[in-house]
Design a protein around this ligand. Structure first.
Ligand SMILES: [Zn+2]
Length: 340
């Protein structure tokens, strides 16, 4: 796999405004908080602009005309050209106006995070080729996916906060975004793991896996309560996220390639989950731990993902639900709560 790393200002400007609208569960409140802390509270004009922008992003969502596709995956000049072609004149003008409102705030943030993005770019360009090759070999077998094109275009974006780190794989073929502008340089392994997670989504979660999931969902519906756990309530997303996480960063690859122990599901861990079980990250951690032995078996014995793997993922979601339901019972019966 060859990583082609790009940094475009327009992509980060879009990311900033889009993230501030909080239109999707993937918008990071930590990034927003960090940016506001550095640049002051939102003005009336900005709040109004965000309302307008939220409507626009929601209208096109992550579908064919997702605004991020032209705006995050191209250089400034091409981004505007594509935008003008894709959208009605009034919408195009509106987007331009909204971005103008945010420009002063964005410039301050960009000035701070751009040099850091350059450093991350250097780091990613020098990433260990052996490691990349070995992970790709495993993914190829697991997802039954032989790649013709081995380029992955990586677009780096601002993130605001040393603790903030994110990735997305929804701006088109062979492209991913990484939100790492503010991310602490100590977190190099975390950044690589996020990169590999998105790479798995983008490059390997192909026809074979998609068909498998479709077939599974035809025969086994995910319970309503599972869908309520998040990921926008989409069954495919719930399964895809759990599969990818069971590999990396929450799962077996992290143990295999980064020598970081994946913890056990013990009392302490369950207590941590119970504190706020609706957090998506916790669901991923739980399922990946539950799947650890199975994933190890599949990877080390060169097995391809199949119905059995999906069944186990589904079962892990059900087990997670049991913990959530247990809390409901606990709060109805305070005595049992004290036994935990
Ligand atoms: Zn994912």
């Amino acid at each position: 796999m060859k990583f082609k790393i790009h940094i475009y200002k327009i992509g980060s400007l879009f990311h900033l405004v889009s993230n501030f609208t909080e239109w999707h569960f993937s918008c990071s409140e930590y990034s927003n908080k960090a940016w506001l802390k550095k640049t002051g509270p939102l003005s009336k004009e900005e709040k109004k602009a965000l309302k307008d922008f939220r409507k626009l992003v929601l209208k096109y969502n992550f579908e064919r005309k997702f605004l991020g596709k032209p705006l995050m995956g191209f250089s400034e000049k091409i981004a505007w050209e594509k935008l003008e072609k894709l959208f009605k004149k009034n919408e195009f003008e509106k987007i331009k106006k909204i971005f103008k409102v945010f420009e002063p705030r964005f410039e301050k943030i960009w000035g701070n995070e751009y040099p850091r993005l350059l450093k991350w770019k250097q780091f990613l360009e020098k990433s260990n080729q052996n490691l990349v090759r070995n992970i790709c070999k495993d993914l190829e077998i697991f997802y039954k996916s032989k790649l013709k094109n081995k380029n992955l275009y990586v677009y780096l974006l601002i993130s605001g906060d040393p603790e903030s780190l994110g990735g997305q794989a929804n701006i088109g073929k062979d492209k991913i975004t990484l939100e790492i502008g503010g991310t602490d340089f100590k977190r190099k392994n975390d950044v690589l793991q996020t990169l590999f997670h998105e790479m798995a989504h983008r490059k390997y979660e192909n026809n074979y896996c998609r068909k498998l999931i479709k077939k599974y969902l035809k025969n086994h519906k995910l319970e309503k309560e599972i869908k309520k756990l998040g990921f926008a309530g989409k069954s495919e997303t719930l399964l895809n996220e759990a599969i990818t996480s069971s590999l990396i960063p929450e799962g077996y690859f992290t143990e295999k390639y980064f020598k970081k122990k994946i913890g056990k599901i013990d009392k302490k861990f369950i207590a941590w989950i119970k504190k706020n079980p609706q957090i998506r990250f916790k669901i991923r951690v739980y399922i990946s731990r539950k799947m650890l032995n199975t994933t190890k078996d599949y990877i080390e014995n060169k097995k391809t993902i199949d119905e059995n793997y999906l069944k186990k993922i589904h079962k892990a979601y059900r087990d997670y639900l049991k913990i959530v339901n247990q809390i409901c019972n606990d709060s109805r019966n305070p005595k049992s709560q004290s036994q935990d």
